[in-house]
Ligand binder design. Sequence first.
Ligand code: ADP
Ligand code: MG
Length: 260
Amino acid sequence: KSHGTLEQSQSGSPAGQDAADEAILEVSGLTKIYPDGTLAVDDIDFSVQDGDFCVIIGPSGCGKSTTLHSLVGKVEVTEGTVELDGEDITDAKTHDRDIGLVFQDFQLFPHLNVEENIRYGLERLELPSSEIDQRVDEIIETMKLSGNRDRDPTELSAGQKQRVALARSLVLEPKLLLLDEPLGDMDYKLQKHMEEELLRIHREFDTTFVYVTHDQTQAMRLADQVVVMNDGKVEQAESVNRTYNSPETAFVATFVGDSN
Ligand code: ADP
Ligand code: MG
């Protein structure tokens, strides 16, 4: 009997995707150790289905932002792989990845007006200018920014700024949009309003979101799928219902059950 030194039948069909395998994002064994020795992300696995609204939750410092930054290439991973739509992008350059990232503090270009902010990334793509104009017009309409086209970012409210940041990413039609605590600095009423906006945008654009928050009640309102992180590890990655009704660890039970 073989003792497994000749692993010939171990890995199944090499070519052809299974029908069930519709993950747009596949994260395997992802690990990040920062140069100072901090183990921020510790061998995590999760996948995200095409079109889902996936929310990563966990307490401050558990590794959520490091995970997002690894996906988009802003952080160089120590170990593990990231696959986008079946393609290994672990070592790809940030601008070669078909992934958008929206920050809590928006990071709009202060010297460009709303339209120019939205247009900026598009001009790098080699598209006919008529298509650029059309895409910009469409997104400004959809994001309800028509009255603010010529305004500077400093003249906008927090909600408007976040809509510009979303528009700037979505106009590039990424396969995946990452959002790092995008409503974090907003008051409760604006948060609730922006949650509705995000759900509408997610539906209308038919895109995949990976959304990070430390607010478990927000996660429950937004998510199809929840990834619960704690201390650099993934504790559970499942549907909202299963996470809520069948927590797999004591941490998940406490964190998810602890509404406000
Ligand atoms: P979260 O987004 O969940 O709050 P982070 O991913 O920002 O968590 O941080 C995870 C851990 O990594 C924390 O202990 C944090 O202090 C540490 N960390 C984050 N960025 C760096 C860095 N550039 N260098 C060293 N440690 C870092
Ligand atoms: Mg963070």
